[in-house]
Design a protein around this ligand. Structure first.
Ligand SMILES: NC(=O)c1ccc[n+]([C@@H]2O[C@H](COP(=O)([O-])OP(=O)(O)OC[C@H]3O[C@@H](n4cnc5c(N)ncnc54)[C@H](O)[C@@H]3O)[C@@H](O)[C@H]2O)c1
Length: 239
């Protein structure tokens, strides 16, 4: 589980632990990863923190190999992601590179490393946390982020197609506007309230648990014939 130290990632870790998974909480933020793991263990679940930056390819490959050798990977969630609202005309190319390095390249490296372990066993599930931005442009200026999440949606479909014959399933979840530190940072309180009232048919932001339930479903045996699907969890936003 990448980006497990905060927001959606923390909720997904908790949900997977509730169903009995041992959860490896990977995050580049060490205290955040430890806090999620402690929270799970304190609640009677099984978890361990792992300090990992998905931009570091060698570290990702080593960590996945080490974790898999101890306990075969069943589910891998590509959740680590970053965003920025900057107008196109003033966005520095370094910012575009940073967003793509985490949201696209990092996800690819994690997916590939996990698949290399799962394919020989003929089982495993990978879930990529996409976004409604994978389908439609954000109302805020977020060209680099939106483009990265559209790429992640296609990575989900293409990898799912290639890996399906091996028994490894790849799917995605596309959250709309969820109540997390990332989203509050982007929108602010006033923006959050305005958005909830005007653009979201359900009339509110989503909860992190609502995304976690979707991940739990896609990575369960209940979804054994669901391949390459990106499940939208957005309170009706895309309608
Ligand atoms: N919050 C939303 O409304 C929303 C909507 C759509 C999609 N998403 C996606 O969901 C995912 C999680 O978002 P969130 O709102 O929980 O964000 P968040 O900022 O609350 O948490 C992201 C976590 O990822 C970690 N992280 C960032 N870069 C990393 C890296 N290079 N390596 C390892 N860990 C890294 C951070 O330390 C943090 O703990 C992201 O991919 C985001 O794009 C969020």
């Amino acid at each position: 589980m990448t980006g497990g130290g905060s927001g959606l990632g923390r909720a997904i870790c908790r949900r997977l632990a509730e169903r009995g998974d041992h959860v490896v909480v990977a995050d580049r933020d060490a205290p955040a990863a430890a806090a999620t793991a402690d929270d799970i263990v304190g609640g009677g679940g099984s978890a361990e923190p792992l300090v990992l930056d998905v931009v570091d390819t060698a570290a990702v490959e080593a960590a996945i190999a080490e974790v898999d050798a101890r306990r075969p990977l069943g589910t891998v969630v590509n959740n680590a992601g970053i965003a920025a609202t900057t107008p196109l005309l003033t966005t520095g190319i370094e910012e575009v590179d940073r967003i793509f390095a985490v949201n696209v390249r990092g996800a690819y490296v994690v997916l590939r490393a996990a698949a290399r372990r799962m394919v020989p066993r003929g089982s495993g599930s990978i879930v990529n946390i996409c976004s409604t931005s994978s389908f439609t442009a954000s109302s805020s200026p977020m060209v680099a982020y939106d483009t990265s999440k559209a790429a992640l949606r296609m990575m989900t479909a293409a990898a799912a197609r290639e890996l399906a014959p091996t028994g490894v399933r790849v799917n995605g979840v596309a959250p709309g506007t969820m109540d997390t530190p990332l989203m509050r940072g982007l929108l602010g309180e006033a923006g959050t309230a305005a958005l909830s009232g005007s653009r979201i048919p359900a009339g509110r932001l989503g909860t992190t648990d609502e995304v976690a339930h979707a991940v739990a479903f896609l990575s369960s045996a209940d979804a054994s014939y669901v391949v390459g699907h990106v499940l939208v969890v957005d309170g009706g936003w895309l309608t």
